[in-house]
Design a protein around this ligand. Structure first.
Ligand SMILES: [Zn+2]
Length: 44
């Protein structure tokens, strides 16, 4: 799911799967629906 994070007075939306942050909930939600971090085989 997407987490909201307040930083310097700005709200960021973070993908819980891979940690990427976005400045809009729409972008974060769209990213998360396509996020492939659930299979972290490429992460050493
Ligand atoms: Zn992600």
């Amino acid at each position: 799911m997407v987490s909201e994070t307040d930083r310097d007075g700005t709200t960021w939306y973070e993908c819980d799967l891979c940690g990427l942050t976005f400045d809009s909930r729409e972008e974060a939600t769209e990213h998360e629906s396509r996020c492939d971090a659930e299979e972290p085989s490429y992460i050493q």
